[in-house]
Design a protein around this ligand. Structure first.
Ligand code: SF4
Ligand code: SF4
Length: 368
């Protein structure tokens, strides 16, 4: 039985929607809702994470305020999503990070930045940091190899382990069997939907975002962020292979794969995050939960700063600014890596798991 106020409100809202069903073509939430007569806590958490806050069902709803039912589906599901994040995080005492996430992300990033700068100044003299370094392994003249590789490898393991534990906990919290999570057909469908951002197209018209008008702009910016992030990840992975397995130290020439992928990916990430931040500033706040603002903005800002400092480092790497820019870029990346499992990024993981569950349910429905 739903226990918290969030769950009780979600149950009330879904019960009204299930009787109405006007919005069934809007997204994946309503067809999934229609497979149920009653809503358990795991069902509601699953539905909340299937929603991507397009707001179509708020502006279309005849029971939205000032109607006495006061239905606000996007806000209700957004609040429940936040509650799911807090419930699933391990270890449990870190749940507070989701309560004041913007502040936590800010403080952790500032601290990471301070630690990186401190290490640079401890291990290197100011003259080395402010000099021009050109050629293979130039970055290691400023920050020693081990100081760069060991902490960031540990942070990468920290992200992967936490996201894996989080996705398994999410699956259990939403009532799934562990064996279903690896269902190949469901994964293929979920991957295809995630890569196309299928449900952000609002059935062809786009989201009602940032206001009640239909627009594809949020979907385009999301695409830029998603593919920009993936290209940056590919760039970093190839650079790591060059460095550790082929003995070819950075920085790499402009025509090399790490630089080409990083430039395109970083630019896409910069434009995408700037666009989403701009939309967030202009959005109608009624169908949203104010408790998520800090988390959303903190994550977007970190991605924006990561791409901005990365691109500046690329363009100014043969100047005396390289040393300071490298330290600033690594400080921002460290902040991003440390906070990734405790912020907005978990939405991508839980939403993917919810898409798998939806694919399984829809396939089962077709065969019955
Ligand atoms: S959001 Fe409103 S219009 Fe849409 S299904 Fe629910 S009750 Fe009906
Ligand atoms: S806000 Fe959009 S995605 Fe969420 S339930 Fe409403 S129509 Fe579906």
């Amino acid at each position: 039985m739903p226990s918290t106020d969030c769950l009780k409100e979600a149950q009330r809202v879904m019960t009204v929607c299930n009787a109405c069903r006007y919005c069934e073509g809007f997204c994946a939430v309503f067809p999934a809702m229609e497979l149920r007569r009653t809503f358990s806590a795991p069902d509601l958490k699953y539905l909340a994470n299937l929603c991507h806050n397009c707001r179509g069902c708020y502006y279309a709803c005849q029971y939205a305020p000032p109607h006495e039912f006061a239905l606000n589906v996007p806000k209700t599901l957004a609040e429940l999503r936040l509650e799911t994040y807090r419930e699933i995080i391990r270890p449990g005492f870190l749940a507070g990070l989701f309560r004041h996430n913007g502040l936590a992300v800010f403080l952790i990033t500032v601290l990471s930045q301070a630690v990186v700068l401190l290490l640079v100044f401890v291990f290197k003299t100011p003259s080395v940091i402010l000099s021009t370094h050109i050629g293979e392994n130039a970055f290691y003249q400023v920050i020693p190899y081990r100081l760069m590789v060991i902490p960031f490898s540990a942070l990468a393991i920290h992200i992967l382990a936490n996201l894996l534990i989080g996705s398994l906990s999410f699956w259990r919290a939403t009532g799934g069997q562990l064996s279903e999570l690896a269902d190949p057909r469901a994964n293929l469908r979920a991957i295809s939907e995630a890569l196309r951002l299928k449900y952000l197209d609002g059935g062809g018209y786009g989201c009602n975002y940032p206001d009640d008008r239909f627009s594809m702009v949020r979907r385009w910016f999301h695409h830029l962020v998603f593919y920009g992030f993936m290209l940056c990840l590919a760039s970093t992975t190839i650079a790591a292979i060059y460095d550790h397995f082929l003995n070819w130290g950075a920085p790499y020439p402009l025509w090399s794969w790490p630089v080409m992928l990083g430039t395109v990916g970083g630019s896409a990430l910069l434009v995408g995050t700037a666009g989403l931040l701009y939309l967030k500033r202009r959005m109608d706040t009624v169908p949203a939960t104010p408790r998520a603002f800090g988390m959303d903005i903190g994550f977007l800002l970190l991605l924006f700063l990561t791409s901005l400092t990365g691109l500046l480092l690329l363009f100014l790497r043969e100047t005396p600014a390289m040393g300071i820019l490298l330290a600033v870029h690594l400080g921002v990346v460290a902040g991003l890596f440390i906070t990734m499992p405790y912020g907005k990024f978990v939405h991508a993981v839980y939403r993917y798991a919810a898409l798998i569950r939806n694919a399984i349910e829809q396939a089962r429905e077709k065969t019955e």
